[in-house]
Design a protein around this ligand. Structure first.
Ligand code: 5MM
Length: 329
């Protein structure tokens, strides 16, 4: 019982540290395939070393910990060393940033569901979490993906169930689970479609978390902002914040300590404006912050271009975006 209570308190502390205090999370956990494609899109030959050098550039940006509380790493990076020989997870802690690990193994189509996706990675998850915890992981991440055109109650329940089993397993190992149900922003759908799908997904996720007896005080939720599709006319930050808050208020229990939003392909200025408007709404029960990937790193990757002479300039671009996002909280 005492160990359980200690675990509960520690999970809550970590979840708070990640989402409160004006800092947020840097999502640098692109799979090898995604990271390689992003390097190549910027003219950088993809290799294990190039992926390592790029993640080292991000982590060692001077003063990153002033705006970043945690960094999500992919398995490859988690096992790599910086050029000075230090392991990535240990370096994160030395730099004042909690190390996290993406533990899902990606998505696959659900049979007969028009291309709707299910996220995989539950087999052997306990053993992997034990190893990550031993090597210093403070938190983990699992991303479920929903499309407004294919999401339905079954798809939401199946993905919610996987997220809940993942979250329960993380807590068993003293690791805070980031629970990420992402409704994709790609397309030209209206705000109402994003709102309905986000509501469907979050309702199923919290039903399943409750059924799995996950301690909600020891998780971080990572949702999308409720917006029209990226190809549809934009709405104001106030409209996005109001629509997002309406869905969250209906679906997310007050016991969840913090919500860290994904950026979903929206430009940096837009997602920061959404976050500023949402953070300003009164009587919010949860802390709100960012867990952006592309909105923080895209400019840095372009500036670096694989050239060691550009490291400092690339780090400046990253830091500027992280400071802007932190200011929005
Ligand atoms: C950084 O990208 C993460 C991993 O993506 P893949 O497994 O597809 O390579 C991704 O889960 C990311 O954390 C979220 O989508 C949020 O990132 P954005 O760029 O939407 O803020």
């Amino acid at each position: 019982m005492t160990a359980l209570l200690t675990n509960t308190a520690a999970l809550f502390e970590t979840a708070r540290e990640l989402t409160h205090g004006g800092r947020g999370i840097l999502a640098a956990d692109e799979s090898i395939k995604t990271m390689s494609a992003r390097l190549e899109a910027d003219g950088i030959p993809a290799s294990e070393t190039a992926r390592r050098d790029y993640r080292e550039l991000l982590l060692t940006a001077p003063g990153l910990s002033e705006s970043v509380s945690g960094i999500i790493l992919a398995d490859e990076t988690f096992g790599q060393r910086l050029s000075d020989g230090r392991a990535f997870p240990a370096s994160c802690r030395e730099l004042g940033i909690l190390p996290g690990i993406k533990v899902d193994t990606g998505t696959t189509p659900l049979p007969g569901r028009d291309g709707a996706l299910i996220t995989e990675g539950l087999d052997g998850l306990g053993a992997r979490l034990a190893s990550y915890a031993e090597r210093g992981a403070a938190f983990a991440k699992w991303r479920a993906v929903f499309d407004v055109h294919t999401a339905d109650p079954y798809v939401a329940r199946a993905n919610g169930h996987a997220l809940a089993r993942y979250a329960a397993r993380c807590q068993e190992h003293g690791i805070v689970p980031i629970v990420e149900p992402e409704v994709l922003c790609t397309g030209d759908h209206e705000l109402a479609a994003s709102a309905a799908t986000t509501q469907l997904a979050l309702t199923a996720v919290f039903d399943e978390l409750e059924a799995a007896e996950v301690d909600l005080a020891g998780i971080v939720l990572k949702p999308n902002f409720v917006t029209p599709g990226l190809d549809a006319p934009k709405l104001s930050p106030a409209e996005v914040a109001t629509a997002t808050y309406e869905v969250l208020r209906e679906t997310v229990p007050a016991s969840v300590p913090g919500i860290a939003f994904l950026s979903g392909g929206h430009p940096t200025d837009d997602v920061c404006a959404f976050l500023t408007a949402l953070a300003a709404l009164p009587n919010r029960p949860w802390g709100v912050t960012f867990s952006f990937g592309r909105a923080l790193v895209s400019a840095a990757l372009r500036t670096w271009a694989g050239n060691p002479e550009n490291v400092a300039a690339a780090q400046s671009r990253l830091l500027a975006n992280c400071r802007q996002a932190a200011a929005a909280t």
